[in-house]
Design a protein around this ligand. Structure first.
Ligand SMILES: [Zn+2]
Length: 236
C-alpha cells in the first residue's frame, strides 16, 4: 500500500505565494507593462506536423496573470540537482526525459543552479490536506521576476520541479516527462490517459504524444507578457 501511494502521481500546479508587499510591487510593474504579445514560434514547433490530426487539449491549459507560460530564450536551461544515494538512478532517467522534450523545444542541461530556467530537485513534495490527504510524487511551480541583468529589464519566470527520487527509474522518467511538460508551458492536464500530461499517473506509462505537442504548439502561439521588456519607468 505504501508503495502504491508513493508511486501515485497526483500533481498540482502551484504558484509560489508572494508576500502582500511583493504582490503589490509586481502588480504595479505589470500594470504598466507593454501589452501581451506572442513570440515567434520556435523552429522546432514550427516544423512540427501531425498528419494524423490527433487534436489537442489546449482548452485545459490555464493562463496565468501574465499570460501563457511561454519561454522565448533558447535553449531553455535545465539544472538537475544531484541526489546522494544511487545518483545515477536519479540523474539518468531525468536526463532521458529532458532529451525527449529537447526534440520539440531546445533544452540544455546546465551545472549552474542560479542561472537555470528549470530546476529539478530530488525531493518529495510536501503533503497537503485538501478534502483528503493525498501523496504526491511530483510538483511543478513557477516564480515571476524581473530580469534586470539584460540591457532592458525583461519580465521572466523560472520553474522548480520537485520529484520523488525514491521511485523506479521508469517512474522517475515518467514523472520528469510529465512535470517538464508543465514547466515548458502546458499549465494544465489532459483528460486522455494516452497523453504524458494526463492528470494521473497510470501503470501503463506513455511517451510524449502528438496531442501533447499539438497542445504545446498552440501554447507557444499565444500572447504573453513573459519575455517582453518592462516599461522603463517601472524599474526600481
Ligand atoms: Zn501534472
Amino acid at each position: 500500500m505504501g508503495l502504491l501511494i508513493s508511486t501515485c502521481l497526483l500533481v498540482i500546479l502551484i504558484r509560489v505565494p508572494l508576500s502582500t508587499a511583493q504582490e503589490h510591487k509586481l502588480e504595479a510593474k505589470l500594470a504598466i507593462l507593454t501589452a501581451s504579445q506572442s513570440h515567434p514560434l520556435p523552429f522546432t514547433l514550427a516544423q512540427w506536423q501531425d498528419p494524423q490530426n490527433s487534436g489537442d487539449y489546449f482548452f485545459e491549459v490555464k493562463m496565468t496573470e501574465v499570460g501563457y507560460l511561454v519561454w522565448s530564450q533558447f535553449p531553455i536551461k535545465v539544472y538537475i540537482q544531484p541526489y546522494n544515494q544511487s545518483d545515477r538512478l536519479w540523474i539518468e532517467p531525468v536526463i532521458r526525459a529532458v532529451q525527449e522534450w529537447n526534440y520539440f523545444l531546445p533544452l540544455q542541461v546546465v551545472d549552474n543552479f542560479q542561472t537555470a530556467d528549470i530546476r529539478i530537485v530530488p525531493k518529495v513534495p510536501p503533503l497537503q490536506t485538501t478534502n483528503f490527504l493525498r501523496a504526491r510524487s511530483a510538483q511543478t511551480r513557477y516564480q515571476l521576476y524581473v530580469n534586470s541583468s539584460k540591457p532592458a529589464a525583461i519580465l521572466s519566470h523560472y520553474c522548480t520541479i520537485l520529484l520523488n527520487p525514491r521511485q523506479s527509474s521508469r517512474y522517475i522518467q515518467a514523472a520528469a516527462r510529465h512535470e517538464l511538460g508543465h514547466a515548458l508551458g502546458i499549465w494544465g492536464h489532459s483528460p486522455e490517459a494516452t497523453d504524458a500530461l494526463y492528470f494521473s499517473q497510470v501503470s501503463d506509462i506513455v511517451p510524449i504524444s502528438s496531442r501533447d505537442i499539438n497542445t504545446l504548439k498552440r501554447v507557444y502561439q499565444q500572447p504573453t507578457r513573459l519575455g517582453w521588456q518592462v516599461a522603463a519607468n517601472s524599474q526600481p
